[in-house]
Ligand binder design. Sequence first.
Ligand code: AMP
Ligand code: MG
Length: 269
Amino acid sequence: MKPLARELIVPPGSRISLADIDADGTHGVKKEEASELLAKNLDCLSVLQYLLYAEGSRSLLVVLQGIDAGGKDGTIRHVMSGLNPQGVRVTPFKVPEGAEKRHDYLWRVHQAVPEWGQIGIFNRSHYEDVLVVRVHGLAPKPVWQKRYQQINDFERMLGENRVRIVKFLLYIDKEEQARRFRDRLEDKTKNWKFSPADLKEREYWDQYIAAYEDMLRKCSTQEAPWYVIPANKKWFRNLAVSQILRSELEGMKLKYPEPAADLSAIRFE
Ligand code: AMP
Ligand code: MG
């Protein structure tokens, strides 16, 4: 594994205190070198995606979580831009509605799991069911408490069925969130992103941090690890996510399948 992946992974079973993580941190990477490194990673991701598709027997599921204005959309825009749209599906998870409300919370999630050969990106995910649901008491504690184990079981089952899962928590600090909200208020091109509901959520900051810490402690596993990405600096966030995805895909040792016929015997005019 490349050093950034090693530094940012949440080791299974460990307890992470987000207060100890510097959201401004850049892990020794300099801004001047970042764009070249990102470009190289995006080139590699494109080749790796082609291989994943050609192999056609495994898939990659990328889970993105983060507080409001944490940069989930920006990460998708900047890191996935080099991928072939035919092989990627982004699924946003919003407040459950319609049939989603009439099923267990993993029902909608399972349907969005990428088929073999594909990359799936979750913009929010089943983790909302132990985050917003816990913070706002949308389900009783005995209900959401059981979900950590259920999620681990679900993710292990997917892993055993050739779905590699990689999970990113984009971590900005409270000051950076304030800067980004202010920016949304002041910049005409960003006004549309401003939601008064986000300001209300900000009041629950500490409860969200506690819920994130529990999620990281209970649900970072060998088969589906969590990575905490210092995300105040967008250039570092993009570089770190691209680098980890690259090393995860490289770690899969993808191979072209055997040709369907003995190609050396084929002749045509
Ligand atoms: P956004 O990502 O800004 O479009 O907002 C989506 C909203 O849906 C967020 O406020 C999430 O907390 C909320 N959401 C997503 N999943 C769930 C869930 N399972 N239960 C309740 N709210 C959810
Ligand atoms: Mg929002």
